[in-house]
Design a binder for this molecule. Structure first.
Ligand SMILES: Nc1ncnc2c1ncn2[C@@H]1O[C@H](COP(=O)(O)OP(=O)(O)OP(=O)(O)O)[C@@H](O)[C@H]1O
Ligand SMILES: [Mg+2]
Length: 260
């Protein structure tokens, strides 16, 4: 089971769009996928038509409850969801002083039945407790980067956080890659950002780029991933290509089973 934190502290970088649609594209390919919505804004949950995740994930963090009972079906083949809990909003303050909070999610993920090939964790736009808990609990981190703005400044901080988490909490954490999102071939800026990403991060950048596609922005209102909402759109094509590439970018699973 590959557990991937989809993270970038910058708001609006394409995390939710990527977690939902990459998940759906993997499901289409016959993979079993669990999308875990760790963002109290609950965008991924709303995308799948789930309005209220209740206390759900809060009890996982506050009381060490298991994740499995929170799993729900979705309309997408092969994809299940653990919805966000709006109660997670106050968690940073509530649990900041509790020892071991950062690794609670890891223990919960370890106790999941091995029913899924992928767990995709949609992180909130911060490098706070929830994002760190995702990095501490997952084997991999996938970073969507919005290319309509010069969004590279924050990446150094993110890479530093990943390195710190690797040093202190999760030695087997690996970068799956950076995924350029909202790429607009008509603008020079977008092309420049992609080029700069490739110069700076080399092979860590997915060959696939996710193009700007209005169908992707529309899909959440219809509570369907792009592969169902508009199966022939460029958005569906791009996320299918990203899924194929993700399968090739196979990383050794974390923990004891790790083969090297
Ligand atoms: N490839 C794309 N084409 C067009 N619109 C896109 C694309 N990717 C994302 N968007 C739009 O950009 C906005 C931000 O995307 P998204 O919600 O996925 O980012 P996020 O990183 O999850 O944001 P947040 O930090 O608030 O959680 C959304 O309105 C989404 O519909
Ligand atoms: Mg989001």
């Amino acid at each position: 089971m590959r557990q991937i934190a989809v993270t970038n502290q910058k708001g609006g970088s394409g995390k939710t769009t990527t977690a939902v649609n990459l998940g759906a594209a993997l499901g289409e390919k016959g993979k079993r996928v669990l999308v875990l919505d760790l963002d109290p804004q609950a965008s991924a949950s709303a995308w799948f038509g789930v309005k209220d995740g209740g206390r759900g994930l809060l009890d996982v963090f506050a009381e060490g409850r298991p994740l499995a009972p929170l799993v729900q079906a979705t309309c997408a083949k092969g994809v299940e969801l653990i919805p966000a809990s709006p109660w997670l909003v106050g968690i940073e303050k509530a649990l900041a002083a509790e020892p071991g909070t950062e690794t609670i999610l890891r223990r919960a993920l370890e106790r999941l039945p091995p029913r899924w090939d992928f767990v995709l964790v949609d992180c909130p736009p911060s490098l706070g407790l929830l994002a760190v808990a995702a990095l501490a609990g997952c084997g991999e981190v996938l970073v969507p980067v919005e290319t309509r703005v010069m969004a590279l400044a924050g990446l150094a901080g993110l890479v530093q956080t990943v390195e710190r988490v690797r040093d202190r909490l999760n030695p087997s954490l690996r970068l799956t890659g950076l995924l350029a999102c909202r790429v607009d071939a008509r603008t020079r800026l977008s092309q420049d950002v992609v080029q700069t990403l490739r110069e700076r991060f080399g092979a860590d950048v997915f060959q696939t780029v996710i193009r700007e596609n209005v169908r992707l922005a529309e899909a959440p209102s219809f509570a369907k991933p792009i592969t169902i909402y508009d199966a022939r759109s460029s958005g569906a094509e791009d996320y299918r290509n990203a899924a194929a590439e993700l399968l090739k970018r196979d990383k050794p699973p974390q923990g004891k089973q790790r083969k090297r």
